[in-house]
Design a binder for this molecule. Sequence first.
Ligand code: PSU
Ligand code: MN
Length: 342
Amino acid sequence: QTAPKISKIRWSPKGTTKIITKKYKWIAKRPENIQVSRDIFIAMSRKMPIVGLETAIYTHGFPKPDNFDLALEMEEMVRANGAVPATIGILNGQIYVGMTKDQLKELTESAGSENTIKISQRDIAYSVGQLGPPMNGGTTIAATIKIAALSGIRVVATGGLGGVHKGGESSMDVSADLAVLGREKINLVTSGMKSFLDTARTLEYLETQGVFVSTFGKRGEKVDIPGFYSRESGHPSPHVVESPEEAGRIAFYSDMLKLDSGNVFFNPIPEEFEIPKSEMDPIIESAVEKSKSITGKDNTPAVLNEILKQTEGRSVAANRQLVLNNAKIGAQLAVHIRKYED
Ligand code: PSU
Ligand code: MN
């Protein structure tokens, strides 16, 4: 006999989960393999706005020990803007939603070690189920939004989105971020994809997946898909959204209409921190060239590291600012979504 199709999973504060199918309703224990922190569980049961945060940027994007400080600042920024931060990551073979300070310290300190891997959607079950030494993992956008969606979290704030790599039409190097965005109900705040990715093809892919793509800006002005370190990319944004409140409306309707796919709200790096495109382009080009021999999931970290060297750390400073700003806007978005739900 096959199990009935689950149509809804409802959390209750008692450590139990209501699993709802077409025919039955029953109470189950909370899934052992997703540890939702007490704070997040309470926030969920009180319907407080929650912002999910990824950890691959800490394990595979930012150097130590700044990665730990940034993890705490990100959470602080979410709180300061009225929402509850839920940092998502894997520690010793356990998936956490809402990592504690100690857990974040352990994960960020373990960056660079052999047992700390970059976790995409395909690696989630392996990191929990494998029988080798216990594994730590920084979750990419793909894995973070999957775990967030499983836990009922609707907003995720992050730095840069993965995409179609240059030459992706033959290498087929296309980040799982895009496919998972296509099938999860998630609202993602990000500052764009780096120019080492193929922006035009990434946009095409997202369109095919049915993902809503927009950029914060003013209607009637020229609004580009942001280029991560720069506000411009040369590619106009398909849609413009003027405020987190408007984004909240869109997210709400996407939910009401049961579209069941992701919404991307690109949030350009604040002007005062941007590195002009003309300055970044040659650096990125050379970083990509130098990292050419590194393929698969190690490519993105290798390119980032090369960019860091060539900008003498300025790329990391810019990255820090934009990711913090995304935490802020993500929190405001989560607050507005909650308002529309009432
Ligand atoms: N872009 C960045 N910094 C990052 C990443 C992307 O500027 O840290 C990380 C994110 O976690 C993103 C992932 O989800 O890389 C994409 O990796 P890949 O291309 O291997 O799917
Ligand atoms: Mn890839």
